[in-house]
Design a protein around this ligand. Structure first.
Ligand SMILES: C[S@@+](CC[C@H](N)C(=O)[O-])C[C@H]1O[C@@H](n2cnc3c(N)ncnc32)[C@H](O)[C@@H]1O
Length: 302
């Protein structure tokens, strides 16, 4: 018989107590879903089993049932659940992942925003990279905002909030050190201007880029924390909602809608859309990409 820590293909059908193993993983799956919105469908349950296997090994737990006890019994359960979430989230990302979004930002949205806010005393743009993984999206936005700082954004304050559920990703994002894989779409111009070499293989974002970005842990399913994320001009939540089911997606998108200022924009990943999720946003077509707009009060389109 294979061990309890094996992957899906080799996953045994029963525990020692004759309890079907899938039942334990389904319990864990439901707990993960309730906490984070991440839903591992049947065909992806093996990914959860793999993550559990790594945690079981680290803890010396001998069976999935024993691991389930660690996940469900106070006082250690919250910390262990967090450890498990760190194992199972998928952080695939890179710098300059979507040039059409950056073009939309710089060519259309920022000029519009600056014109709209020009009479306000506080000249500030607030951007949220929600589900930022290791920070590449947030620093890409920061560099592009710096590119505008001499002209369009002269005299403006730029604040970029970068949040993620995964503790390890949050720490990596704070460090802002990247290798070839993360930098594969970054031009020599941006590398030279905004990065310093750490060693032969790695570059680190320069302090002036970091200064714009505040990184913290935030679970998008944590309603009480989401209520405090108000006043955003732009929200990027790219390639995150794909891991949620429809109910969790809809809940998070509703939060995004209320967190955005009137006239603000929301972006998803290139393969995602808000179809059947939210009808309050207006779909906007930009060259090569789409975005979602929260109508401004002046537009009369609310
Ligand atoms: C594929 S990465 C996307 C990174 C980046 N936004 C991009 O498009 O390149 C997905 C990220 O979503 C995060 N995530 C998943 N569920 C989350 C949740 N409930 N709250 C916050 N972040 C979450 C994961 O930890 C992971 O870093």
């Amino acid at each position: 018989m294979t061990t309890a820590t094996s992957t899906a293909a080799a996953r045994p059908a029963q525990t020692k107590t004759n309890e079907p193993l899938d039942l334990v993983y389904r319990q864990i799956r439901d707990l993960v879903y309730k906490t984070s919105g991440i839903y591992k469908a049947e065909e992806k349950l093996y990914l959860l089993a793999d993550g559990c296997a790594r945690r079981m090994k680290a803890l010396g737990a001998h069976s999935p049932r024993e691991y389930w006890d660690r996940l469900s019994v106070a006082p250690a359960r919250d910390a262990e659940l967090r450890n498990l979430l760190n194992e199972i989230t998928i952080g695939e990302t890179c710098l300059f992942r979507s040039q059409p979004q950056l073009d939309a930002l710089r060519k259309v949205i920022l000029p519009e925003l600056v014109a709209e806010k020009t009479k306000q005393i506080t000249k500030r743009v607030r951007i949220w990279s929600a589900g930022c993984s290791t920070g590449e999206e947030a620093y890409t936005l920061a560099m592009n905002m710096l590119e505008e700082s001499e002209l369009l954004l002269k005299g403006w304050t730029v604040e970029i909030l970068a949040t993620d559920l995964n503790d390890r990703s949050v720490e990596a994002a704070k460090a802002g050190i990247y290798g070839d894989y993360a930098l594969r779409s970054t031009s020599e111009y941006f590398k030279r201007k905004y990065f310093s070499p750490v060693d032969e293989k790695k570059l680190q974002v320069r302090p002036e880029v970091k200064k714009l970005v505040t990184v913290s842990r935030l679970n998008l399913q944590d309603d009480s924390k989401m209520l405090f994320m108000k006043g955003m001009d732009l929200i990027f939540c790219c390639n995150v909602l794909i891991y949620f089911d429809a109910a969790s997606k809809a809940k998070v998108v509703n939060h995004f809608f209320s967190n955005l200022n009137f006239g603000g924009y929301f972006f998803l990943g290139t393969s995602e859309s808000l179809m059947n999720l939210n009808d309050k946003f207006h779909l906007i077509h930009f060259p090569g990409t789409i975005g979602y707009w929260k109508p401004s009060l002046k537009s009369g389109k609310l």
